[in-house]
Design a protein around this ligand. Structure first.
Ligand SMILES: NC(=O)C1=CN([C@@H]2O[C@H](COP(=O)(O)OP(=O)(O)OC[C@H]3O[C@@H](n4cnc5c(N)ncnc54)[C@H](OP(=O)(O)O)[C@@H]3O)[C@@H](O)[C@H]2O)C=CC1
Ligand SMILES: O=C1OC[C@@H](O)[C@H](O)[C@H]1O
Length: 402
């Protein structure tokens, strides 16, 4: 998966670095963005290239812990200002909004500081270290009158809405059960990666939080607006495989969940996340196992393959339970929410940016991850960790104080 992500990032860099794209004129009131965590691997794909194709947004500053890193990113991507600390970036009155891509455990702290500095926030997933911290971030957003969005990019893509619309339409009957997986082949994430660090909010359930998020969206999201809701499942059982170098970190987790829906019906869901998935026959990485969700309805099974990076490749397979006939769909643009907005080349991140800018500008975004959803997601992660015996992730800023 890590290799796939690198490839994806490369493709994004290639596609969105074309001279014609870079020459795009910006609107006079384009949202002025800053990056907190300037040298993060994900920045190019998640914010820098999407901004290149958005006339209503521009990146004016980048902040890193080390000024040399900030300067190098600024030079590479033609960003006017570089800062050697996040505090300096936040003190820049020209910066209206920030994209935060620091390690998970630092999300809450820097989101709160950014909101207090008067910035709107696009915050990487998972939103925070735990549920209570997620609530605090949104309380601060309310107090400061600023927007804060969890960067759950996958859910902004047209294909993700098509799947939601299919399973919510009723034409396949009720959803009975679901299975979602996200895995990374063994030895692809280096030992010093942030994903293995307990104090930085590492762990498979945290990093590969998409498996739970897709499950919650397809089972509990609103069937008319296709928006997510704050639905939370009961954690029936869960187990984790502890990381060999730090047993507090889950290298893999499995959970059995049950959604008790408002209409009295129940849906059983399984999720599997693994940052160190065993190879086939000890040798072959199961690189084809991209993030996927299977939604088993009364009359058909809907399978959404590669829901995390649908812009690179995806398919939706619908299997009729009686005839066993399988039909395939692919949706690289438009869909039930975006209508005629977008382009086949738009990534999940580009759709997400469109919504973020719309919201800042007071326009109704086509899709949104509502605060209740981010909070419910983190609370469910807490509940799963509780059940595995590892316990909820601590709030990073509190660790040294205890
Ligand atoms: N939406 C998506 O598709 C993806 C999202 N992510 C999320 O983005 C975030 C960053 O992930 P990724 O880019 O892989 O991570 P990286 O390790 O590449 O980057 C994290 C950045 O955070 C900054 N940082 C601040 N404090 C620390 C610290 N104590 N230790 C290490 N780095 C620190 C550094 O930037 P600097 O020194 O320049 O300030 C560093 O480059 C995570 O929350 C992850 O979950 C990751 C991959 C994909
Ligand atoms: O958000 C993510 O998406 C891609 C994964 O490979 C990565 O580990 C994760 O952070």
């Amino acid at each position: 998966m890590a290799m796939v992500l690198q490839l994806t990032t490369f493709l994004q860099q290639y596609l969105y670095s074309r001279p014609d794209v870079k020459a795009l004129d910006k609107e006079h009131d384009a949202v002025k963005l800053g990056i907190v965590g300037g040298s993060a691997m994900i920045n190019a794909a998640a914010i820098i290239h999407p901004v290149e194709t958005h006339p209503g947004a521009k990146i004016i500053a980048v902040g890193s812990r080390d000024i040399k890193d900030a300067e190098s990113v600024a030079k590479k991507y033609n960003i006017p200002k570089a800062y050697g600390s996040y505090e300096e970036l936040l003190a820049d009155q020209d910066v209206e909004a920030v994209y935060i891509s620091v390690p998970n455990g630092l999300h809450g702290e820097w989101a709160i500081k950014s909101l207090q500095a008067g910035k709107h926030v696009l915050l990487e997933k998972p939103f925070t270290s735990n549920g209570p911290e997620a609530r605090r971030v949104f309380e601060e957003a309310d107090r400061c009158g600023k927007i804060c969005l969890e960067a759950f990019h996958w859910q902004f893509h047209p294909a993700s809405h098509v799947v939601k619309s299919l399973v919510s339409s009723g034409k396949f009957g009720d959803i009975k059960k679901t299975y979602a997986r996200m895995v990374t082949p063994k030895n692809t994430i280096p030992g010093n990666d942030i994903r293995w660090q307990w104090a930085l909010g590492g762990g498979a359930l945290m990093d590969e939080t998409y498996a739970l998020h897709s499950t919650r969206y397809y089972v509990g999201g609103d069937s008319k607006t296709l928006l997510p809701t704050g639905v939370k499942p009961v954690v029936v059982s869960a187990k984790s495989k502890p990381y060999s170098a730090d047993k507090r970190v889950d290298s893999a987790s499995w959970a059995d969940l049950r959604f008790d829906l408002e209409d009295g019906k129940a849906v059983e869901s399984k999720i599997y996340v693994d940052m160190d998935q065993p190879n086939l026959g000890f040798i072959i990485p199961k690189a084809w196992q991209l993030p996927a969700i299977e939604i088993d309805c009364e009359k058909a099974t809907v399978y959404y393959y590669n829901f995390m990076m649908p812009h690179i490749y995806h398919y939706i397979a619908i299997t009729d339970k009686i005839t066993k006939h399988v039909t395939y769909q692919k949706h690289y643009n438009y869909g039930p929410k975006w209508k005629d907005v977008g382009d086949v080349h738009w990534s999940t991140y580009r759709y997400q940016l469109e919504a973020f800018v719309d919201k800042i500008k007071g326009r109704e975004p086509k899709h949104w991850i509502i605060p209740e959803d981010s909070i419910a997601q983190m609370e469910t992660i807490d509940d799963i960790y509780e059940k595995t015996g590892l316990g909820p992730r601590p709030t990073t800023s509190q660790i040294s104080k205890n």
